[in-house]
Design a protein around this ligand. Structure first.
Ligand code: GTP
Ligand code: MG
Ligand code: ZN
Length: 358
C-alpha cells in the first residue's frame, strides 16, 4: 500500500515539504481511544502515542490528533510503536461544540472528502437535525451526501414524500435512499465512493452506519445492535471513531451515533446553508435586522406572503440563536442563563397570581 492509497495527495505533499521534519515519516490516524492512537502507514497499522510536548502545548482538543489526520511519526520497537510529533494541516474537518461549559470544539474527523449524513426513513427522519449536520459539513468544507437508510421500512410513496420534504427545505445535497436489508440502493452508495478518497458516516445511533460499513466490507467485522422497539432509538453500539480501508480502496470512517448536536457553526456557514434567507436579508430595511420584530424585514415579509415556509424560517432563527449563544464566553452565558432564569421566575409568578394553584 502507498500513502496515496490512504489519501495522501499532492496537497498534503506540499504541506509536508513546507515543514522541516526530515527525521519523521508520515502516517494516518485510523483510531483514537482517549490518548491511545492507531496510525496506518505504507506497511501496517501500529499503536501510537503523542509526545508530551504535543500534549502539553495543545491549547484545546482541536490541537490534538484526530481520526483522519496525517501525523509526523517516529518509529520504535522495530516499527511496532509510533511516536506522534505533530499534526499536518487539515484540509477539511468535522467538529462539534464540546459538551459542558467551555467554549471549545471536539474534533470528529479530519481530511474528509464526503460526509454521509445518515437518517433512517422511520423514526429518525428529521429535517432540523439534517440541517444541523449540513451546517457542520459546510463549516469544515466537506461535501455532504444525505443517506436515507432503512428504505425497506417505508413504501415508495412515503419515501418520495421524505425526499420532497428535503427538497422543499432547499437542501440541495445529493440524496441516496438505500436499505441494508434488501440491498436496494446499495450500488448507488458504492458508486458514490472512490478509491483513495475519505468518507465519514454521521448520524444518530441505530440508523445503520456500522451495518453499512460491514456491507461495504463484505464481512461482519464490526458490532451492530438492534434498535429499541418502543421508540426506534439505537443503543450506542459503536464507541470509537475508526477509519477502515474498504475492498474498493475507498476509506470510510464510522462514528458513534451522536446524542445531540450541540455543534453550532459560525454565522457565515449558516448563511451558506440558508442561502435563500441570506439573499432575502439583503433587502431588510435595517442593516442589523434580527429578522424577528423589525418593520421592513424582508424575511418576515416573505414568511407572511408564503414565499418562505414558516418551518424553514424557524429553523433558521433557532440555529442563529444557538450560534450566538455558543459564541459567547462562559461568563456571558452564565449571565444570560441567569437573566433567562429570572425572566421565567417572573413569568411564573405572574401566571400563579392570575391562576392560583389549587
Ligand atoms: N430494517 C432495516 N434495519 C437496518 C438497516 N440497516 C441497519 N439496520 C438495523 O438497525 C440496527 C442498528 O444498526 P447499526 O448499524 O448498529 O447502527 P449504527 O448507526 O451503527 O448505531 P451506533 O453504532 O449506535 O451509532 C441493527 O439491528 C441493524 O440490523 C436497514 O437498512 N433496514
Ligand atoms: Mg455503529
Ligand atoms: Zn430582517
Amino acid at each position: 500500500m502507498e500513502l496515496a492509497d490512504l489519501g495522501f495527495d499532492r496537497w498534503f505533499q506540499l504541506k509536508r515539504e513546507k515543514l522541516p521534519r526530515l527525521d519523521c515519516g508520515v502516517a494516518r490516524v485510523t483510531r483514537v481511544d482517549r490518548d491511545r492512537y492507531l496510525v496506518r502507514n505504507e506497511k501496517n497499522e501500529v499503536q501510537a502515542e503523542p509526545t508530551g510536548k504535543l500534549l502539553f502545548s495543545a491549547e484545546s482538543g482541536q490541537d490534538l490528533p484526530c481520526v483522519g489526520d496525517w501525523v509526523f511519526v517516529q518509529y520504535y520497537d522495530d516499527g511496532g510503536l509510533a511516536i506522534i510529533h505533530g499534526v499536518l494541516p487539515r484540509r477539511t474537518f468535522l467538529r462539534r461544540k464540546s459538551a459542558g461549559n467551555s467554549v471549545d470544539y471536539q474534533m470528529i474527523a479530519s481530511n474528509i472528502d464526503i460526509a454521509f449524513i445518515m437518517q433512517s426513513c422511520d423514526f429518525n427522519f428529521n429535517l432540523r437535525r439534517m440541517e444541523r449536520y449540513l451546517v457542520m459539513a459546510n463549516e469544515g468544507q466537506v461535501e455532504p451526501i444525505v443517506l436515507l437508510s432503512k428504505s425497506d421500512l417505508v413504501n415508495t410513496e412515503d419515501l418520495e414524500k421524505r425526499i420532497s420534504e428535503i427538497r422543499n427545505a432547499r437542501i440541495n445535497a445529493r440524496v441516496i435512499a438505500f436499505s441494508n436489508k434488501t440491498a436496494a440502493g446499495l450500488e448507488k452508495v458504492k458508486q458514490a465512493m472512490e478509491k483513495g478518497k475519505t468518507y465519514c458516516l454521521l448520524g444518530s445511533s441505530g440508523v445503520g452506519k456500522t451495518t453499512l460499513l460491514n456491507h461495504l466490507l463484505g464481512r461482519e467485522e464490526f458490532e451492530t445492535n438492534p434498535v429499541r422497539e418502543k421508540d426506534g432509538r439505537g443503543r450506542h453500539t459503536t464507541a470509537r471513531r475508526q477509519l477502515t480501508v474498504l475492498e474498493s480502496g475507498a476509506l470510510l470512517i464510522d462514528t458513534p451515533g451522536m446524542r445531540e448536536l450541540g455543534m453550532i457553526a459560525v454565522g457565515a456557514s449558516i448563511d451558506d446553508s440558508f442561502s435563500d434567507i441570506h439573499e432575502l436579508s439583503k433587502n431588510c430595511r435595517f442593516n442589523d435586522c434580527t429578522h424577528t420584530t423589525e418593520v421592513g424585514c424582508a424575511i418576515l415579509t416573505a414568511v407572511q406572503s408564503g414565499d418562505l415556509s414558516e418551518d424553514r424560517y424557524q429553523s433558521y432563527t433557532k440555529l442563529m440563536k444557538e450560534s450566538e449563544f455558543h459564541q459567547m464566553s462562559y461568563v456571558e452565558r452564565r449571565k444570560k442563563d441567569k437573566q433567562f432564569g429570572r425572566m421565567i421566575k417572573k413569568a411564573m409568578k405572574h401566571i400563579r397570581k392570575r391562576k392560583p394553584l389549587s
